[in-house]
Structures are given as structure tokens and as C-alpha cells.
Design a protein around this ligand. Sequence first.
Ligand code: ATP
Length: 135
Amino acid sequence: MAEKELLLEVVTPDRLVLSTGADVVVCPGVEGQFGVLPGHIPFLSALDIGEMYYRKGGQIEYLAVSGGFAEVTGEKVTIVAESAEKGREIDLERARRAQERAEKRLAAAKTENIDWARAEAAMRRSLVRAKVAGR
Ligand code: ATP
């Protein structure tokens, strides 16, 4: 690994999604997006549903992540997410179907009791996946 590079690892309960060197990592923290460069002070942040990306050389790669947390040290960023997909792994049609289901559920809230937070989270996951799939 080149000097002054971060090691980025993204894991979910199912799999190791990514293990790579990176020059910079940008994550969707619950308190807003944050960026990490090599040598960053150590910290821990909960993650929102959102897009994350990292740059390596001149290349930027995007992932969709939902929930979990990021552990940052000066040399390493570890993302432990509920789910995470690289752009090319995302099934766009599946994300669109999930979005339609969530839209219907949220629309039904006018007349019936629904689990709003759950439907809203499903909607946000589907929107982020659709966005990242196009990257
Ligand atoms: P769906 O209703 O389509 O399952 P979901 O938001 O409920 O969507 P999750 O519970 O967040 O799905 O994820 C379940 C698993 O399926 C995870 O491993 C996640 O990475 C994967 N996954 C979900 N949606 C997609 C997608 N559009 N393309 C690829 N993998 C997906």
C-alpha cells in the first residue's frame, strides 16, 4: 500500500463488501456527511442511509450503504453496515420495485395505520440504490 493511504473495509452481516486502499473516504454520517483523509483523528460515527464514496488514484467508486457505523483511525476506515452494495452490484429494477412498494405504503398512510418509519427507510434505501446504480 502506498504511504499515506487509508485502508477501507466495508462489511455487512453477510459479507466483506470491500477491502481496498483509498486516498479519501466520504460517508453518510447521521449528523451529516463526513470525509476522512489519512491521519484523521480516531472517531466513531453512526451511519445514515446514503451514498458513500472513496477515491483511489484518480478513480472514485460509489456504494449505497444503510445504517451501521464507521470506525475511523489515522490508517483505517471500517464500515459495518446493515447493507452495502457497490454500484455495479445494484439491481436497478429491484430498487425501483422497492421504491414503488414504499410509495404505495406511504400513500396508504392517509387511510390506514402503517409503520411510517419502516416504509420511509425502505423508500430511502431504494432511492439511494437507484442513484448509486447510475454512478
Ligand atoms: P428489497 O425489498 O428489494 O429486498 P430492501 O431495502 O428491503 O429491498 P435490504 O433489507 O436493505 O433490502 O437488503 C437485503 C439484502 O439485499 C442486502 O444484502 C442488500 O445488499 C441486498 N439488496 C437489496 N436491494 C438490492 C438491490 N436493488 N440490488 C442489489 N442488492 C440489493
